[in-house]
Design a protein around this ligand. Structure first.
Ligand SMILES: [Zn+2]
Length: 118
């Protein structure tokens, strides 16, 4: 079982920002920037080619809400959304990265980021 299935099953703790029947949203444990967030479908899909369109649309609907939350609380200057398949995909369970970008940034701990977002 991959690490995201374990997080979804609550076998591994995570800094969870949002969850519903279809997705779980939590902070990346190795963030590139403050507020680096992952949106992960609860059902196991390997990648973009495996995930169904309804779930994919839901992932992006939630991404919009989370991007707004991150803007409100962390006031980033830009945000990237990226999703790797095959080479470069570290966990073989579909996930969308939301990566805020800042003109100037002082890195803070995951716990501090989480406190600003929860
Ligand atoms: Zn999985």
């Amino acid at each position: 079982m991959d690490i995201f299935c374990k997080i979804i099953n609550n076998e591994i703790p995570s800094y969870t920002l949002y969850e519903d029947d279809i997705v779980k949203v939590f902070l990346d444990v190795n963030p590139n920037h403050n507020g680096h967030t992952l949106i992960v479908p609860k059902k196991h899909y390997q990648d973009f080619f495996d995930i169904d369109e309804d779930t994919l649309m839901h992932v992006y609907k939630v991404a919009k809400d989370i991007a707004k939350l991150l803007k409100e609380r962390l006031n980033y200057d830009g945000i990237s959304m990226c999703q790797n398949n095959g080479l470069g995909q570290e966990v073989k369970h579909y996930h969308l990265h939301l990566i805020p970008k800042y003109k100037e940034e002082s890195k803070i701990s995951l716990g501090e980021v989480y406190n600003k977002l929860k």
